[in-house]
Design a protein around this ligand. Structure first.
Ligand SMILES: Nc1ncnc2c1ncn2[C@@H]1O[C@H](COP(=O)(O)OP(=O)(O)OP(=O)(O)O)[C@@H](O)[C@H]1O
Ligand SMILES: [Mg+2]
Length: 256
C-alpha cells in the first residue's frame, strides 16, 4: 500500500508522522519504504546519516530510465549508523527544489513517481511518502501515486482552512471524488479544553474519515526529532511512542 502524508500547511507533523509511522511499520515486520519528497529532507535526515548527493528521489523523477532500485538505501540511525531492519529509504536533498521546477513542464509530469514506484512497489508491504508543505508538482506526483492519503492536522483555529481546496485538487488529479483519505489528529493537548472542542466540532463532517488514533502533544516526539531518532527509540515508554504504536496498528488494519 502506498500511503502519502499530505497537508499543504507547514509544521502540522507530516515528517514526524512519516518517519515514526514508517519506523513503526518496519518494527513489526512490515517491509517498508519511506520516500522523501520534500527538499527540506527532514525524513532523510533521520534515516540517512550521510545525505547522498546523487541517487535520490530527484534523479528518480527527472530521468525515466533511472533505475528506481538504485535510489533505495537501507535506513540507518545515528552515527556511525545502525541499520534499521525492514526499513528502506529513497532520500531527498535540497536540489529536489530545482528538479521540481525542471519537471513542471514535462508531459505526463504527474505520473513520474507513479511510473517509477510501479517497478518496485511489489517488493514492499508499505510505501510511506512524506510531502512538502505546498501543492506543487511534487505533491501532485504523490497524490497520483497514492492508495491512501493521510492528512495530519493540528489543534488550532486555522487547522482546517484550505482543506476544501485540497480536496478539489485531489479530485482533479485522481479524476474521481472517490479517493481514500484519513485525517489524523496530531499534537493534542488535553489541557486546552476549549480549543479541542472547537477543532472536534470542525471535524464532525469528516467523521467517517477520522483515524481513531490521536497523537498527543508530547515533548519526547520533539526531542526525538532533534536527536534524529524515531520516538520509539528515543523514549520507548513515552506517550509519543505509545501513540505511534497505536497508529501503526490502525494503519495495518487498513491493509498492506
Ligand atoms: N505530537 C507532537 N508533539 C510534540 N511535538 C510535535 C508533535 N508533532 C509534531 N511536533 C513537532 O512539530 C514540529 C513540526 O513537525 P513536522 O516537521 O513533522 O511538520 P511538517 O508538517 O513535516 O512540517 P513541514 O511542512 O515544514 O514539512 C517539529 O518540531 C516536531 O517535532
Ligand atoms: Mg516535513
Amino acid at each position: 500500500m502506498k500511503l502519502i502524508v499530505l497537508n499543504q500547511k507547514g509544521g502540522v507533523g507530516k515528517s514526524t508522522v512519516s518517519t515514526n509511522l514508517a519506523y513503526g511499520l518496519a518494527s513489526v515486520g512490515k517491509k517498508t519504504l519511506l520516500v522523501d519528497l520534500d527538499p527540506q529532507a527532514h525524513s532523510t535526515i533521520i534515516f540517512c546519516p550521510d545525505i547522498p548527493r546523487n541517487n535520490t528521489v530527484a534523479e528518480l523523477l527527472s530521468n525515466k530510465s533511472f533505475k528506481a532500485s538504485d535510489a533505495i538505501g537501507e535506513a540507518k540511525i545515528g552515527d556511525p549508523g545502525e541499520l534499521v531492519k525492514n526499513l528502506f529509504i529513497i532520500p531527498a536533498n535540497i536540489h529536489l527544489a530545482i528538479t521540481a521546477e525542471q519537471i513542471t513542464t514535462k508531459i505526463h509530469r504527474e505520473k513520474l513517481l507513479y511510473n517509477q514506484l510501479k517497478k518496485i512497489e511489489t517488493d514492499f508491504d508499505f510505501i510511506v511518502i512524506d510531502c512538502p508543505p505546498s501543492v506543487n508538482v511534487l505533491t501532485v506526483n504523490a497524490i497520483y501515486s497514492s492508495d491512501l492519503i493521510l492528512i495530519p492536522t493540528i489543534y488550532g483555529r486555522y487547522s482546517l482552512d484550505g482543506i476544501a481546496d485540497l480536496f478539489h485538487s485531489i479530485e482533479d488529479i485522481k479524476e474521481t471524488s472517490n479517493f481514500n483519505y484519513m485525517i489524523l489528529k496530531n499534537n493534542r493537548d488535553s489541557r486546552n479544553k476549549l480549543s479541542n472542542e472547537f477543532v472536534e466540532e470542525q471535524l464532525t463532517p469528516f467523521k467517517k474519515n477520522l483515524l481513531k488514533t490521536v497523537i498527543r502533544r508530547n515533548e519526547a516526539i520533539n526531542q526525538a526529532q532533534m536527536n534524529n531518532e524515531p520516538v520509539m527509540i528515543f523514549d520507548p515508554r513515552s506517550y509519543g511512542a505509545e501513540d505511534f504504536k497505536k497508529l501503526t496498528r490502525e494503519i495495518i488494519s487498513y491493509g498492506s
